[in-house]
Design a binder for this molecule. Structure first.
Ligand SMILES: Cc1cc2nc3c(=O)[nH]c(=O)nc-3n(C[C@H](O)[C@H](O)[C@H](O)COP(=O)(O)OP(=O)(O)OC[C@H]3O[C@@H](n4cnc5c(N)ncnc54)[C@H](O)[C@@H]3O)c2cc1C
Length: 325
């Protein structure tokens, strides 16, 4: 395949440009990458160097309001919290940014959430200095009566990356401020920043003649808000597809399992949002290995049916949500 033009240099576009080197020209509206993020990635995600890692996570705690509802723990680190801006800007260095070319054969849209035509949740995060959280544990806090959660991720040196996003809440900053002052009295919030996350659950890998990667393609897990891993996975898949005989068929095939998981999570989020109390629904479902599968992004319809069969009240609440349009 010939020269590739990449628009947008976040994790998806920067990874792709980095991997393609001289085979790509790349451009971004912003000179440096500074987007708000929880900055959590799976340890197996390629292209991350040790110097970008702020903390290594092996424990996941879940709360509903003030109540602890479950823990998922591993022996070895399962997630890294990274300095995402430094990482993306480093990936960009290996790319041919701002280069011009008139023999472009493939156009790639890697412009992130704006313009992908899907439902979004406005999400904010702050760095909280003096939070004093354990450096190998993250926590998720589901809120009563809302679909979404607060997160607390360790960022090294007693600082935490703390954020929040809820369906239907246009400005989560006041919620985040209340959460931080209640949980970390005396701690200081810095660099409070927000951005939309795509939660539509409908991945689209091509539009017209343009190939899409990352969040531009709708590749975000709606229940967890994770999109960095999918951005890199789609970039790697596209590079592999480009050396095959039928690049788009190969790209679609390589991405099919992720597209399926994104779709399933999108449907679940919509059902939970319509249920009487989404946070309560998650609390009710938190037994068994559901939280573990949630962390592993390995939810399946079969697993959910097994959980729901044991919890008829939750099944009723979700069904009511599904039927309410
Ligand atoms: C607050 C928050 C917390 C999050 N936490 C996590 C997390 O902990 N873990 C996780 O995996 N995911 C998380 N996500 C999701 C994750 O940040 C995104 O899914 C991921 O960054 C998507 O990467 P991308 O490269 O597809 O798009 P983006 O990161 O959005 O990058 C798009 C790039 O395109 C550029 N661009 C936009 N328009 C144009 C244009 N017209 N022309 C040229 N360039 C353009 C932008 O400047 C940007 O550099 C979070 C998102 C938010 C908002």
């Amino acid at each position: 395949m010939g020269l590739v033009r990449i628009r947008g240099l976040g994790p998806a576009g920067a990874a792709l440009a980095n991997l393609l080197g001289q085979r790509a020209v790349a451009l971004d509206v912003a000179g440096r990458y500074v987007k708000a993020c929880g900055e959590a990635v799976r340890v197996e995600m390629p292209l991350v160097e040790r110097r970008h890692v702020k903390s290594k996570v092996r424990r996941f705690d879940f709360y509903y309001g003030d109540r602890h509802i479950g823990t998922v723990e591993y022996r070895a680190p399962r997630w890294y919290i990274i300095d995402k801006s430094a990482w993306v800007n480093w990936l960009r260095e290996g790319a041919c940014t701002g280069c011009e070319a008139d023999d472009v054969e493939v156009e790639v849209d890697a412009r992130g959430p704006h313009g992908n035509g899907q439902a979004k949740v406005i999400t904010v995060r702050a760095y909280v200095a003096g939070a004093k959280v354990p450096d190998d544990a993250v926590s998720f806090h589901f809120a009563e009566g809302m679909a979404g959660f607060y997160w607390v991720f360790p960022y090294g040196d007693g600082t935490a990356n703390v954020g929040a996003g809820f369906l239907g809440v246009k400005n989560p900053i006041p919620h985040l401020e209340r959460f931080v002052s209640a949980r970390f009295p005396g701690a200081r919030m810095a660099d409070v920043r927000g951005a939309p996350i795509t939660v539509g659950g409908r991945a689209r890998l091509m539009e017209g003649d343009t190939v899409k990667v990352g969040e531009a393609a709708g590749l975000v897990y709606p229940l967890t808000g994770e999109g960095i891993g999918l951005a890199v996975t789609s970039a790697l898949a596209l590079v592999r597809a480009m050396s095959s005989r039928r690049p788009m068929d190969t790209y679609r095939r390589l991405m099919a399992p992720y597209v399926g998981q994104v779709r399933l999570q999108g449907a679940l989020l919509r059902a939970a949002a319509r249920a009487a109390d989404a946070g309560k629904a998650i609390e009710a479902a938190s037994g068994g290995d559901l939280l573990y599968r949630y962390v592993e992004e390995d939810l399946s319809a079969r697993l959910l049916l097994a959980v729901l069969a044991r919890r008829p009240r939750l099944l009723f609440s979700l069904l009511r949500g599904l039927l309410r349009r």
